[in-house]
Ligand binder design. Structure first.
Ligand code: NDP
Length: 280
């Protein structure tokens, strides 16, 4: 399965999405962003996760173009994800938001377009828009983010197309067992955001000891745990040495007992907003 950086999961529609990618949340437009994305692609990353609200789609697009030219990579080798922001949820407005994301990125299609948050009363119209875009062949896959089981059930009961991905907060302190089981059962690829808990797990003694045991870093233990759990993961870093480190996951395997120990760290603890109680 996940034996190299470009290994991919097959989504329910047959499209392949790399198990591993780069996140760019909180990275502003500018050389740091462009360099990070280009460096990641040079190192073998093929999946980049951005969003309209990150305000960095133009720089991500620039980095993609430069990487394609400088490293001889074809567009179809890359997997580019963006997300429609809450203010744009609605049928026409979501379609317009897709066009805006494409224009900013300078691309003629995305590999994956997600509804960023399940805003009550708005996400179903947005989902119809995503279905239209998908059916028209404008986007290779469509999905959601921060959807709980009840949101997924609600969308699925009136829709023709099932979300192909659900991207949610997931790390050893928040293992989301109910949502994950639902996604696994329904062929919805589960994807982790803030897999490193935004840097808050590095002093955890269990992970620390495990890192020493495998001669790996704590970040690598966590990211390997994602992959072995069948979870797509997109850690963010703009530091070259960490972009390398985070992707160096394919020369070791956590034992079943160690996987279970990491699973047992769960405290249902979020670093981000609660999808059932947010006000933006
Ligand atoms: P992560 O859990 O990926 O943590 C990122 C932080 O950890 C940064 O401060 C980074 O710093 C640091 N870091 C990265 N690698 C290492 C390492 N090996 N050792 C030590 N520190 C490290 O947090 P994010 O919130 O960025 O989540 C990842 C991605 O998920 C986002 O970038 C975004 O694409 C997506 N996301 C989606 C959301 C959604 O609602 N759908 C919400 C939040 C995130 P540095 O850059 O300095 O290395």
């Amino acid at each position: 399965m996940t034996n190299n950086l470009q290994a991919a999961t097959t989504l329910s529609n047959g499209v392949k999405k790399p198990w591993f990618g780069l996140g760019v949340f909180k990275v502003e437009e500018g050389p740091e962003l462009v360099n990070a994305v280009k460096f990641a692609i040079k190192q073998g990353y093929r999946s980049i996760d951005t969003a309209a609200i990150y305000g960095n789609e133009e720089g991500v697009g620039q980095a993609i173009r430069e990487a394609m030219t400088e490293y001889g990579i074809k567009r179809e080798e890359l997997f580019i994800t963006s997300k429609v922001w809450n203010a744009d949820l609605g049928y026409e407005s979501t379609i317009a938001a897709y066009e805006t994301s494409l224009a900013k990125l300078g691309l003629d299609y995305l590999d994956l377009f997600l509804i960023h948050w399940p805003v009550e009363g708005k996400y179903k119209d947005a989902w119809r828009a995503l279905e239209t875009l998908y059916t028209a062949g404008r986007v290779r896959a469509i999905g959601v983010s921060n959807f709980q089981v009840h949101h997924l059930e609600d969308v699925m009961k009136d829709s023709v197309i099932k979300p192909m991905v659900n991207q949610v907060e997931y790390h050893p302190r928040l293992t989301q067992q109910e949502v994950k089981a639902f996604c696994d059962k329904n062929g919805i690829q589960f994807e982790a955001w803030s897999p490193l808990m935004q840097g808050q797990l590095f002093d955890n003694p269990l992970l620390h000891d495990m890192a020493a045991k495998y001669n790996k870093t704590t970040a690598q233990i966590i990211l390997r745990w994602d992959l072995q759990n069948g979870v797509v993961t997109i850690p963010k870093s703009t530091k070259e040495h960490r972009i390398i480190e985070n992707a160096d996951l394919f020369d070791f395997e956590l034992t079943k007992a160690d996987m279970e120990q990491i699973n047992s760290l769960n405290q249902n603890h979020r670093v981000g907003p609660d999808p059932d109680n947010f006000d933006f």
